[in-house]
Design a protein around this ligand. Structure first.
Ligand code: ADP
Ligand code: ZN
Ligand code: ZN
Length: 652
């Protein structure tokens, strides 16, 4: 006898496929993974249902090759969530299950962990503000709470106390942290505190370890899960709280299909289980800020003071219009003083806009990656030019490839140049650099550098986005932002919000346990609101003003957007599909503005030409209904891919 299984396979825009199997030979049941032939490949699929009856299909049904799991990995509840995501994000249920369940796609967070490594943390006595925050969350009966607290106000402690209380009452908790290594310390603390009752999902785990953790969670052998974005899928049966630390972080949004946002998935799960969503940040997303204006939607809880003896740092501007070189006299002078006092300095470079590239002065030629439409960055130490999108590298050139002129130069400045200049200016102090170039291959390098910095062996830590978040070094008195403006020039309506967030977060690394904390912001745009409000530490005023601008210009959160990108090695094929889809969208989407098709700001990545259509609507249901009908009837040629990004956080 032959049976039939409906299998979800991780390919775009298709739901389920029928395969046959011999029940005598293999044990196929809903919820297990199977290996199936798909086109000319073998793929891992997810069994949704099994039946005795042959479904009516016009093609030959192929056999399942192998069953991967003895016991089901997912159940109806997980599947229902996948179906919700399928509708919300225009992804296939196969792609979604592949993302939810470990063993499919990769997610990254921290490296290996050992509870013994954790820094001894005496039982802290909660401040009055913290006490009040815990009480508000635990003793009121609302769905969503936001802990709006200045950097260093002890938000983590509030999160952990709430988690403890929920667990005491028999509930289960998911604690999400941004996708970076620097939360290592937090993971250690949690491990120490919750011991055997916590599963930590980190990138150091192998696939089979991750599956083991998933099963442990499913059997309720633990009550707390901590992890990056995809931990939001942890299959707890009695979920009662989801915590989102640093809620504004972009890493909560997936950059691949399904392009889900962990906050949106968390909202959905919490609504279904009637639990509580607790988020927090010193710089909320505009979406959250908007919700907080209405306490019936989200309860705002303020933490206005720093704990642990610190106070908010003093922030000053260095106007680079009037300065020469990389470091203003103000910053140099403050660095000297700080270092002479035996205190430490963090210098921050915004990665975006920091690169050192080839430029011809005769014809204006700029050396771009042959596979992507982006300038290649010169790396002095390795003496190569490299593309940051695809990794392609080549030898540096000394003659213009376009016109043959020798009047060429490498311009701009990168972290290496800044590092060199620092060593020249401060020869007596130890400088270390921490960015994705120095550490990409080895996560232990990050940990080593941070440990050395904590131990005081490093005086000046120079870094990119990696040093902006979560770091807590009591001996840091000065933070310098080498160039605050670089993120402001990006063509994105969120450019100012991002820049502001970064400035506040980076500034927050100073004066954690010291009342003399200082921040110097170097800028050529001191009147820009993002810089001006950050200098005055006026977070509320900035967000209120930004919210008013978004309202006036109908940008999110006052509208919703969808970015559709067509990719193809053949520009004309991508263009043709985009034209057709745009035409259909214009016919069916009511109350929707449709922009394009246009070339993406980055026109080509890895030999694929990219064309985009942007949709925007204040009536999202109309826009999404129209999009849905177009998507379900679209036929793409084999050489064109279509990516649909609902509520995009990045328009490049
Ligand atoms: P935030 O996340 O709000 O920036 P953290 O949670 O990192 O702040 O807390 C800053 C530091 O203060 C941490 O080292 C934390 O252990 C410590 N801390 C938290 N609560 C208290 C308290 N009530 N008393 C003393 N120290 C505290
Ligand atoms: Zn030239
Ligand atoms: Zn490239």
């Amino acid at each position: 006898m032959v049976k039939y299984a409906q299998v979800a396979v991780p390919v775009p825009l298709k739901d389920e496929f029928t395969y046959s199997f011999d029940p005598e030979a293999m044990d196929v049941k809903p919820g297990v993974r199977v290996i199936v032939p798909f086109k000319n490949r073998r793929m891992q699929g997810y069994v949704i249902s099994v039946s005795d009856d042959k479904p009516e299909v016009e093609f030959a049904i192929k056999n399942i090759q192998r069953v991967v799991d003895k016991e089901p990995l997912f159940d109806k509840k997980d599947y229902d969530l996948a179906l919700w995501m399928e509708r919300f994000y225009f992804s296939s249920r196969g792609e979604i299950l592949d993302t939810m369940i470990p063993g499919g796609r990769k997610d990254t967070s921290f490296g290996g962990l050992d509870a013994e490594e954790a820094i001894e943390r005496p039982d802290v006595v909660l401040s009055e503000e913290q006490e009040n925050a815990v009480r508000t969350v635990m003793e009121t009966d609302e769905r969503m709470y936001y802990l709006f607290g200045v950097t260093g106000s002890g938000k983590t402690e509030v999160f952990l106390r709430c988690a403890e209380k929920v667990i005491e009452q028999g509930g289960q908790v998911i604690y999400l942290v941004p996708e970076i290594t620097l939360t290592h310390q937090l993971a250690l603390q949690v491990l120490k505190r919750f011991r055997n009752n916590v599963a930590i999902l980190h990138s150091g785990l192998t696939d089979s370890q991750r599956i083991a953790q998933w099963r442990k969670i499913k059997r309720s052998e633990v009550s707390l899960v901590i992890g990056a974005r995809s931990a939001v899928f942890a299959p707890f049966a009695n979920l009662k709280m989801i915590i989102i630390d640093e809620e504004h972080e972009n890493s909560y949004k997936s950059g691949n299909a399904p392009r889900y946002h962990a906050r949106q998935v968390a909202q959905k799960r919490i609504t279904d289980c009637k639990g509580k969503l607790l988020m927090g940040s010193a710089t909320p997303s505009l979406e959250a800020w908007h919700l907080m204006k209405d306490p019936s939607k989200m309860v705002r809880i303020d933490l206005r003071n720093r704990v642990g003896g610190g106070s908010m740092p003093k922030i000053e501007i260095a106007d680079m219009v009037k300065e020469e070189g990389l470091f203003s006299s103000l910053l140099q002078e403050r660095m000297m003083r700080t270092l002479a006092d035996g205190k430490q300095v963090i210098l921050f470079l915004n990665r975006r806009g920091f690169s050192y590239y080839f430029h011809c002065r005769s014809c204006g030629y700029e050396l771009k990656c042959p596979h992507c439409d982006v300038a290649m960055t010169y790396h002095k130490r390795r003496n190569i030019l490299q593309c940051h999108y695809c990794g392609y590298s080549r030898k540096p050139v000394t003659v213009c490839p376009e016109c043959g002129s020798m009047d060429v130069m490498y311009s701009g400045f990168g972290t290496e140049q800044v590092e060199q200049e620092l060593r020249r200016l401060f020869p007596l102090y130890r400088v270390e650099r921490l960015d994705t170039d120095t550490v990409s291959s080895d996560r232990t390098v990050i940990q080593k550098t941070l440990d050395d910095f904590r131990a005081g062996k490093i005086n000046i830590l120079l870094g990119t986005q990696m040093v902006a978040k979560g770091l807590n070094f009591p001996n840091v008195r000065l933070v310098g932002i080498v160039m605050a403006d670089s993120g402001l020039l990006i063509p994105d309506f969120r450019a100012e919000e991002r820049t502001f967030d970064l400035l506040v977060q980076v500034s927050g690394r100073s004066g954690r346990a010291d009342s003399n904390g200082e921040v110097i912001i170097q800028t050529r745009m001191k009147d820009n609101p993002a810089i001006d409000f950050a200098t005055r530490s006026d977070v509320e005023a900035f967000f209120d003003q930004e919210l008013a601008i978004r309202k006036e210009t109908s940008f999110p959160p006052f509208s919703r957007m969808v970015n559709i990108v067509f990719r193809s090695p053949k520009a004309s094929a991508a263009r043709e599909c985009a034209d057709n889809v745009a035409h259909s969208l214009r016919n069916v989407c009511r109350n929707t503005q449709i922009y394009g098709p246009n070339e993406c700001p980055v026109e080509k990545i890895r030999e694929n030409y990219r064309i985009q259509i942007l949709l925007r609507s204040k009536k999202a249901s109309d826009m999404l209904a129209g999009l849905n009908s177009v998507v379900s009837s679209v036929k793409l040629p084999h050489n064109v891919a279509m990516d649909i990004d609902v509520d995009p956080v990045d328009l490049l």
